[in-house]
Design a protein around this ligand. Structure first.
Ligand code: SAH
Ligand code: SF4
Length: 397
């Protein structure tokens, strides 16, 4: 099976949230509540500021907006973000939020996604989800085993950034009040990676609209250079990603031969390695300063030989690239194991000697199941036994 069928079970809430809307959509929302056309542009500017610079959660705080309009807005709209149903903080400072999303039928299990914050000394990276589950079925990925799939709305994607800022006290006024040291001008969330649950290029329009809001310099202001979208290789959407979103690209390569990649990333049967690399070569805006990151998960005795490393280097010749080696994060029931450390080092050395910086991504937040490929909604919760097995695995690797 290459793909599962998405279940579009989203039902918009009766009172829509303004969170995540771009300027055009905010304008429409204002017109819908009766704001006259000549006022729309100015009101959009005000709302934009309160929403994305201030992170306001209450219409009453919008002091530059007339009282009448605030009342009107409060009657017809909300400023609601995805609801945080659980927060876990790892021993290494990584935080994972379980978010519950609206729109489920009565009696249906709630839709949930996870969002992970990874603090480092020089940056703070937020790992954002694009779908509930994933239609793809990569054999080493926990998310790929989840049945339920639906696309997130732009509001739910931008909402993850807003939730992180809320929970971390990462809005300018909160930072001014001294709630926590920042990294970039005091900021805590400095980078965004679309590497949570889901295949972002299978939810292209919503991801595009959301990332353009996140990158807007007059609002959330996370520059496109600090936003990375990771794809398993949806070839027809790659050039659109460069042209219409313009963020940094990461590609989940994981294998250098089609027969193996067909197994690890079944989408390869539709878009094989040659076609994928051709799309990468043509990625708009590619240069030595704007390289594509190739992700390569280290699977013991599967794709981790020195020959694989040499073939990888040959394959990427001519593409401005970075190579990111990811130690496999185990999950209960998986048939894979993480490569031994000295095997990873050997691999990394070959890649390094070929002229690539080859950072090995340190697994973060393993104790709270927040590491790459471990995300899976609690709506498909692990049983206690599985959790114990997992904790044991995490403790021993
Ligand atoms: N769907 C997109 C983005 C989300 S996954 C994609 O596949 O690129 C983010 C990264 O984590 C991808 O490179 C993915 O291949 C990797 N990953 C998935 N499961 C993993 C696991 N169990 N251990 C380590 N990395 C994993
Ligand atoms: Fe989906 Fe990415 Fe996991 Fe593959 S690795 S199943 S594309 S989330």
């Amino acid at each position: 099976m290459v793909e599962k069928t998405p279940l579009e079970r989203y039902m918009p809430p009766r009172t829509p949230s303004l969170v995540g809307l771009n300027r055009a959509a905010l304008g429409d929302a204002l017109r819908a509540v009766g704001v006259p056309e000549r006022m729309v542009k100015m009101r959009v500017r005000q709302l934009w500021h309160w929403l994305y610079v201030r992170g306001t959660r209450d219409f009453d705080e919008m002091t530059s907006v007339s009282k009448d309009l605030r009342t009107l807005l409060a009657r017809h709209c909300t400023l609601v973000r995805p609801e945080v149903v659980a927060e876990q903080i790892s021993q290494d400072g990584t935080r994972k939020w379980l978010l519950r999303l609206p729109g489920e039928h009565v009696g249906e299990r709630p839709h949930e996604v996870e969002c992970v914050y990874i603090p480092e000394t020089d940056r703070g990276t937020l790992c954002v989800s694009s779908q509930v589950g994933c239609t793809l079925t990569c054999s080493f990925c926990h998310t790929g085993t989840q049945r339920l799939v639906r696309n997130l709305t732009p509001g739910e994607i931008v909402g993850q950034v807003m939730v992180a800022r809320d929970r971390l006290g990462d809005w300018p006024h909160a930072r001014a009040a001294g709630q926590g040291p920042g990294t970039d001008g005091g900021r805590l969330v400095t980078n965004v990676v679309m590497m949570g649950m889901g295949e972002p290029l299978y939810n292209f329009e919503a991801v595009r609209d959301a990332l353009l809001v996140v990158a807007d310099g007059d609002g959330l202001g996370i520059s496109k250079r600090r936003i990375t979208l990771s794809t398993s290789g949806v070839v027809p959407e790659i050039s659109r990603c460069g042209a219409e979103i313009g963020v940094m690209l990461a590609v989940s390569l994981h294998a250098v031969r089609d027969d193996l990649r067909d197994v690890l990333v079944p989408l390869n049967r539709k878009y094989p390695i040659r076609a994928l690399l051709e799309a990468c070569r043509n990625y708009p805006g590619l240069s030595n300063a704007r390289r594509i990151t190739f992700e390569y998960v280290m699977l013991k005795d599967v794709n981790d030989s020195p020959e694989d490393a040499k073939a990888l280097v040959r394959l990427l010749r001519g593409i401005p690239a970075k190579i990111n080696l990811i130690p496999f994060n185990p999950w209960p029931g998986t048939r894979y194991e993480c490569s031994d450390w000295d095997q990873i080092e050997k691999f990394s050395e070959i890649v390094f000697n070929a002229g690539y910086a080859s950072p090995v991504r340190t697994p973060r937040g393993r104790d709270i199941l927040a590491a790459c490929g471990q995300l899976k909604s609690a709506s498909e919760k692990l049983g206690a036994r599985e959790r114990l097995a997992l904790r044991a695995m995490a403790a021993t690797d």
